[in-house]
Design a protein around this ligand. Structure first.
Ligand SMILES: [Cu+2]
Length: 148
């Protein structure tokens, strides 16, 4: 069992040297900020993993953050429609098809990650990531695009 795990790690590390980095870590805090305004997904990535970390101390009921990806044209409406879903509903309308990917809502000291199906993203489209906690999206937002 142990041998297989080590072998798998070696294969993973070996290929990672040549492959594009198909993951990013986004940090958030008690000051309602993401540490990134732009994320570029390498064109060669089929899956792109976003890890969201909350570096603050406040609980999610007071300063919750999530990472939601939509087309830029949909971002504001998705944020508005999510308010009535409440904290238990991740501040996202249930089954909202405009949402491409999202992490759960987290509080201080917590983290979550989500794998984005990068194959469905278009280089010609404008994508926006944001936090859907009420009032946060106006500050906690950025753009995501496909790299060359
Ligand atoms: Cu937030």
């Amino acid at each position: 069992m142990k041998f297989h795990l080590i072998a798998a790690l070696l294969v993973f590390c070996g290929s990672a040297v040549h492959a594009a980095d198909c993951a990013v870590t986004v940090e958030s805090d008690d000051a309602m900020q993401f540490d990134k305004k732009e994320i570029v997904v390498p064109k060669s990535c089929k899956r792109f993993t976003v890890r969201l970390k909350h570096m603050g101390k406040l609980p999610k009921a007071a300063m919750g953050h999530n990472w939601v990806l939509t087309k830029s044209a949909d971002a504001q409406a998705v944020a508005n429609d999510g308010i009535s879903a409440g904290l238990n509903g991740e501040f996202l309308k249930a089954g909202d098809e405009r949402v491409i990917a999202f992490t759960k809502m987290i509080g201080g000291g917590e983290s979550d990650s989500v794998a984005v199906d990068a194959g469905q993203l278009k280089a010609s489209e404008s994508y926006t990531f944001f936090c859907s906690f009420p009032g946060h999206a106006s500050i906690m937002k950025g753009t995501l695009k496909i790299g060359s």
